[in-house]
Design a protein around this ligand. Structure first.
Ligand SMILES: Nc1ncnc2c1ncn2[C@@H]1O[C@H](COP(=O)(O)OP(=O)(O)OP(=O)(O)O)[C@@H](O)[C@H]1O
Length: 349
């Protein structure tokens, strides 16, 4: 039976959003005409170089940053047009976590979470019970009376996540929430975020400069550069076949890094005139059938210089640098493209 595509259900829509900062005589265009949609249940990553406008952009979603122009629509409501009271209500449905946790050091863990329940109609006892349940949800049972300074970075971020979830938000905004954490703690926070996304149906929008974070957790990635949205796609597509040079610089070149290419010695460089980088989805191609096909059809032999794989969503993307026994003619490159193999000649400088 033919699969029916799932209906899209955008929970966030930004339309032509721009943010300008005016400093003395200078105008900084931090975000420029960004239009994007985040579907319910997405883990949506926004990546880009430092200063690209990521923080400014994510902060427009809960109007911590008011756009200079454009529309911000959350759950069908244009929040740029609503009263302060309505905005407060709408913001309760949008939790946010930050790089430096933003906890109150003078309050213990449970009181930090209770602080977010200020506007709720719950009794004091019920608030305490709710906060305790949230701390259990994020794996911090038993730490209720502890103060933030007595916690590790990962534990502080868990408190911040519990606090962000206090009002049962539908959306969680994450502004570099793992940037201050070591790789192991980062992995445990990402596991927690994935579980919350799955179990609570929480839509997550995260900005990160850690590309491995975006690869690990996001189903969709948007790339911004100089305030402009340059590319957005399913995460595996971004890895498999990046369209924009900035995306290639960000994602491909971390894998095909000069470190890896420098492993090839200068004498080999002279010989290696037919070095190519390939990337492909392992469910569509596998090494041996691809290289057997090149040999059988075109008498081209392949020597794999190095290869690696990265699992994104349900796809395993293979990336490889190979040496072919001869240069590939355009018609072979075209055939590879038809087979969804992304191929590029390596220029050794
Ligand atoms: N309040 C402000 N006043 C003036 N300029 C600002 C302000 N906030 C940000 N900018 C400028 O806007 C641009 C985008 O900044 P932003 O912090 O959004 O980028 P970013 O991609 O999050 O960077 P990073 O990864 O380094 O945090 C930068 O040029 C920055 O200097």
């Amino acid at each position: 039976m033919e699969e029916v595509p799932m209906a899209k259900d955008p929970v966030i829509a930004l339309k032509d959003v721009s943010v300008e900062f005016k400093n003395k005589n200078k105008v900084v265009q931090a975000v420029h005409n960004v239009t994007l949609e985040v579907d319910r249940g997405d883990v949506f990553g926004i990546v880009g170089y430092s200063g690209a406008g990521k923080s400014t952009l994510i902060r427009t979603i809960n109007l911590l940053q008011k756009p200079t122009s454009g529309e911000v629509i959350v759950n069908g409501q244009q929040i740029t047009k609503i009263s302060a009271k309505e905005l407060r209500k709408s913001r309760e449905k949008i939790g946010m976590i930050f790089q430096h946790f933003n906890l109150m050091n003078s309050l213990n863990v449970v009181d930090n979470v209770i602080l977010s329940l200020g506007h709720s109609s719950l009794s004091k006892r019920e608030k305490c019970q709710r906060a305790t349940e949230l701390l259990h949800l994020v794996g911090l049972s038993g730490k209720e009376k502890v103060y933030p300074r007595q916690l590790s970075g990962g534990q502080k971020q868990r408190v911040a996540i519990a606090r962000a979830l206090a009002n049962n938000p539908e959306i969680l905004l994450s502004d570099e929430s793992t940037s201050a954490l070591d790789p192991q703690t980062t992995a445990s926070i990402l596991t927690l975020l994935k579980r919350l996304n799955r179990e609570l149906g929480l839509t997550i929008v995260l900005i990160t400069h850690q590309l491995e974070v975006a690869e690990d957790i996001c189903n969709r990635i948007a790339v911004i550069n100089d305030g402009e949205l340059v590319e957005q796609a399913e995460s595996y597509q971004i890895l498999l076949n990046p369209q924009h040079q900035i995306t290639r610089d960000l994602f491909e070149d971390t894998f095909f890094s000069s470190d890896n290419l420098l492993k090839i010695t200068p004498t080999e460089q002279i010989r290696l005139k037919t070095l190519y980088r390939l990337s492909y989805d392992s469910s569509e191609n596998d090494n041996s059938s691809l290289f057997d096909w090149l040999r059988d059809q075109f008498e081209i032999r392949t020597k794999i210089i190095y290869t690696d794989s990265v699992a994104v969503q349900n796809h395993v993307i293979i990336k490889a640098v190979v040496e072919f026994s001869k240069e590939l003619y355009q018609h072979i490159l075209n055939e590879l493209e038809i087979r969804h193999v992304n191929i590029k000649k390596v220029e050794l400088s």
